[in-house]
Ligand binder design. Sequence first.
Ligand code: COA
Length: 321
Amino acid sequence: MIRYMGRSAKILGTSKYIPEKIMTNKDFEKIVETNDQWIIERTGICKRHFALDDEKCSDLAYRAAVLALEDSGLTADQIDMILVGTNSPDTVFPSVSCKVQGMLKAVNSGAIDIQAGCTGSLTALSVAASGISSGIWNNVLVIGAEVFRDIIDWTDRGTCILFGDGAGACVVGVSDSDGGFASTRLLADGTGHEMIRLESDEEHVTPVVRMKGNEVFKFVNTVMPKFIKGFCKDSGVAPEEIDFWIFHQANTRIIDGVFKRLNVSQEKTLTNLSEYGNTSAASLMITLHEAMESEKIKSGDKVCFVAFGAGMTLGALLYQA
Ligand code: COA
């Protein structure tokens, strides 16, 4: 059973916070052997943003949280739980979510970080909807935030050009109206844990991202279309009936490939890779905010969220706006 059976949970507000510092493909040409054309053709990325030296993951998460609360019309004391999807917390503990809870003075809230690779904020959204549907929470603040600046190997051209920093957030609350989160599925395949990992070696005492890019590419293109088709079938909806897709922004070629296999038009999604690169767990939340802000999602629309990431992890969520 993948359907939410209880109360309706709806998105009440969204936000993004994008740090000011920008690195273009041309900037990378100066530090590794690469070129603008190669990066654009293989990934769709033109630039990405990075946190300033004194900005940590919790700072980005807090800024996005304030904006999402403002958009929702709720105050911090009305939040029951803060869930943060991140792979680049300030420190392993205390959690980013606890720091944000303190900064917001969300005095009635708990706080949990969720580490599920780039599927982190989808997982958080899925948990938020579960908590609201079951009745244990009324309002949940979901944040995706990353500062990859410190975990990138700036000499590895296969990974350093891919990632960027940023944060996005949304407030999910109980709703009397129709729609809301309808179903969810979270899957893992830990046999693929070596495909994307954080690792230290003689040169890097602080662990950095290591990735078998080609294997990830093949894995996602093989597994995702089947996963999404199965999820849609079990949710009682055909892929072509989905009005809008919020897809994890890893690579435009991956998004194009999966959509082609699903026979879904590119017009039913939004890509922002050219502007931000892969912001990992933040990407889904940033994309959600941009889709809401540009009114690409209309009341009554069926929206499917899809993400994949290190682990390997996979996730999908069906939502009616
Ligand atoms: N600039 C120029 N050349 C590069 C390069 C760069 N930034 N990075 C790698 N190359 C080179 C490789 O060294 C290789 O050269 P060789 O043939 O002389 O050995 C060549 O390009 C092809 O490498 P390959 O890894 O096969 O390229 P690719 O087409 O698979 O593209 C990725 C590489 C990383 C863009 C692609 O594999 C990818 O996007 N994978 C998915 C990654 C992802 O989404 N991760 C996050 C998941 S949440």
